[in-house]
Design a protein around this ligand. Structure first.
Ligand code: NAD
Length: 334
């Protein structure tokens, strides 16, 4: 099958070509998919897209008009797709629901450890011959309370790792995960989780009901000096409210792998450009903020799983097989 692969980086190409082994005709495009670049999909029955491709109504209509029938997402999340329009256009949507929950969970824990022990600051200090310890004081994770919001695949593994550190676990989810319960996680309502957690780590999907889950009201309920970690989706957080929380000291540490307006920034080398996003630039001025550019998924195991599942998804579609990775659009309200 002829597949137009968008937002291709060298690593995507390496892993996809290895997994494909010549089965499909993959054509790699570096640009992101959006209305402007949708012209490139002419003659392709399938498109392979990533998290920051624009899959809004206009782009979907344009690619469908070009003959695209399959949208193979190289991601678990599909909040960037206009699902109602995809359904109306009869597009098939396949995704990679689980590629390596360990990759993201381990990155969340890496952020917790780095922020707590100020590894990002110590690294620079030592390279400059500054071996003073003032300002690098951390705390024992052992005995601290961690609130996990969303205890699915990634949240449950994050809980498991932190359990190993001797943390007390609070959880909030619409379903209780038996694995997390077995670790001794106590499920509580969100205000209680916020009020009692030294660290809050977000692992729920971005949905209309989770948009700006962390807003001024939620921050008001939190423990002074708490640590907030977001490796899920940027729009779970009202960044301006969080900036206020950092300024007042209510939020003592912030670790972000995702950012509300990341589409204009992440995955590109902008080191020679003036970044126009003042909200983002303000965040970078805080010594207690650590930001990575949506790299939590970025391990060899995850890239291999993403590539292999994506190729299998394309093959399943081509051969008319039903796939558990298909996003069910039939339940959407008309
Ligand atoms: P998952 O589907 O296994 O788990 C999500 C959990 O959130 C489920 O238990 C679900 O019940 C829960 N949930 C749903 N609605 C909720 C709500 N309103 N409040 C609280 N919890 C709710 O997904 P996962 O594989 O664990 O991934 C979690 C998120 O991580 C994804 O949605 C994605 O946005 C993000 N992610 C980020 C990266 C990265 O590189 N930073 C990579 C992969 C996934």
């Amino acid at each position: 099958m002829k597949v137009a692969v968008f937002s291709t980086k060298s690593y995507d190409r390496t892993f996809l070509e290895a997994a494909n082994a010549g089965q499909h005709e993959l054509v790699f495009f570096e640009p992101r998919l959006n209305l402007e670049t949708s012209v490139l999909t002419a003659g392709f029955p399938a498109v392979c897209a990533f998290v920051n491709d624009t899959l809004d109504a206009k782009t979907l209509r344009a690619i469908a008009q070009n003959g695209v029938r399959l949208l193979a997402l190289r991601s678990a999340g599909f909040n960037h797709v206009d699902l109602a329009v995809a359904r109306d256009l009869d597009l098939t949507l396949l995704r990679v629901p689980a590629y390596s929950p360990y990759a993201v969970a381990e990155h969340a824990v890496a952020m917790i450890l780095s922020l707590n022990r100020k590894i990002h600051r110590a690294y620079n200090r030592v390279r400059e011959g500054n071996f003073a310890l003032d300002g690098l004081l951390g705390f024992d994770l052992h005995g601290k309370t961690v609130g996990i919001v969303g205890t699915g695949r990634i949240g449950a593994i994050t809980a498991q790792i932190l359990h190993g550190f001797g943390c007390r676990l609070l959880g909030y989810d619409v379903y209780q995960n038996p694995d997390s319960l077995a670790l001794g996680m106590e499920y509580v309502a969100l205000p209680e989780l916020f009020a009692n957690s030294d660290i809050v780590s977000l692992h729920c999907p971005l949905l209309p009901e989770t948009y700006h889950l962390i807003n001024a009201g939620a921050i008001g309920q939190m423990k002074p000096g708490m640590m907030l970690i977001n490796t899920s989706r940027g729009q779970l957080i009202d960044t301006k409210a969080v900036t206020k929380g950092l300024k007042s000291g209510k939020i003592g540490y912030l670790g972000l792998d995702v950012y509300e307006q990341e589409t204009d920034l992440f995955f590109e080398d902008l080191s020679n450009h003036v970044i126009q996003d003042d909200v983002f630039q303000r965040l970078l001025t805080f010594p207690n903020v650590l930001i990575t550019g949506h790299q939590a998924f970025f391990t060899q195991e995850a890239l291999q799983n993403i590539a292999e599942t994506t190729i299998k998804n394309i093959t399943d579609f081509e051969q008319g097989r039903t796939s558990p990775n298909q996003i069910d659009l039939s339940e959407l309200k008309k």
